[in-house]
Ligand binder design. Sequence first.
Ligand SMILES: Cc1cc2nc3c(=O)[nH]c(=O)nc-3n(C[C@H](O)[C@H](O)[C@H](O)COP(=O)(O)OP(=O)(O)OC[C@H]3O[C@@H](n4cnc5c(N)ncnc54)[C@H](O)[C@@H]3O)c2cc1C
Length: 423
Amino acid sequence: MHVVVIGGGVVGVTTAWELNRRGHQVTVLERHDTAGDETSKGNAAQRSYGVVYPWADPSMVFKALPWLIKQDGPLKLRLPPSLDAVRFMLSTLRYAWSPGLFGLNKRAMLRLGIHSRERFLRLEEELNLAFDGGHRGLLHLASTPDELEVYRGTQRILNEMGIASRLLTPEQVYEAEPGMARNGPLYGALSYDTDGTGDCHLFSQGLARACQDKGVQFRYNVQVERLKANSQTVEAVLLRNETGQQETLAADAFVISAGCWSPELVRPLGLKLPIYPIKGYSITVPLKNPEKAPVSTIHDDNYKVVSTRLGDRLRATGFVELAGFNRDIPEARIATIRKSVESRYPGCADLSAAETWTGFRPMTPDGPAIIGRGPRSNLYLNTGHGTFGWTFSAGSADVIAQVIDGEEPAVCLDAFRPGRHQE
Ligand SMILES: Cc1cc2nc3c(=O)[nH]c(=O)nc-3n(C[C@H](O)[C@H](O)[C@H](O)COP(=O)(O)OP(=O)(O)OC[C@H]3O[C@@H](n4cnc5c(N)ncnc54)[C@H](O)[C@@H]3O)c2cc1C
């Protein structure tokens, strides 16, 4: 079968890999000139299989307001908010207050995370990709006693799902992370022992090359304008090709992996995807003193900043901002991220020399991604992965390939069903 994958981010590339492995002819269409150049480029670099949670979290509703007001707070809203942002927030509240939904979605996401970890381990065994990746665990620091109590609750669900974790004392944290300075508030940490890291951009590009070696066709600098469909099937995509000409490309099946830009492709077919681009920022910097840097990856709950070791570089990431597709990088956001790194890992790098980046998490108002068959019999979706697209990529690629081949997916996809926001 000839399958066209729209979008060459980490989700599209892993999907192409799995489909090719199953013997399909695959074409990836990507408007940039290389793979992984949008949201998959500068993310927090965590493969956080144990730290996946739905965006619509009832416990966050009352924390959100103080976070919005605080100058260094992690949540930002561009004023005046757009109609899309207001709709998205109202929809989030509706899901957050749906009794029992958070727990169901959290468990579904953890199951997909567990599967994704297995698929990543297999992929890393098969291919020798260089992406500064590893599985050395993840630490969630507690800068207040209350936070530590919350982690005790989190541990119960991790135990239920068979995910290895430990509560660490401050001394155990400093042992695990010898470069960490003893000057910030620290009451302990939750250690997710089997979580991982890795540069999603390097991975996407390396896997795209491996796909090409196996015969997958990557067409870069190609903009898909719309799907050409009848009432039963998608017949073709209409695209603006590498030379600026319009072209029609027919195939047997189509997968939408266009991240934040997926809704516009399926809306004409009657499927509304309420994906909102949740903005975040990162800095990446070469290490000056690697012994003073994180060993793996840490969430500093004091500033809500994530710092991750990527070989001889440090990536630090923060902020959840509703500002539409605005690509500005205000100095104040970067200053907060730097402040977090300087407080926990002073002297590890020259932060003034850091490369800055902003990107958009393709977020659904409830939280789970959108994985499954779309509104035509040969149209499939693997998109809307929000905060966890890097983490879920290997697992979601495997399950969408199973769906396309008519097999029972390895993970129950009820929580991820494409039509759920219209129910
Ligand atoms: C600040 C920040 C930190 C993050 N940290 C983490 C983390 O630590 N761990 C984690 O798991 N996830 C993280 N994420 C989320 C993760 O980066 C995303 O979920 C993931 O990259 C989404 O991948 P994707 O392939 O779906 O989308 P993208 O990477 O955006 O790829 C979609 C591709 O489709 C292409 N495209 C769109 N429309 C068209 C069209 N019409 N024609 C042709 N091409 C098209 C785009 O050019 C793009 O390349 C973070 C995100 C942000 C912003």
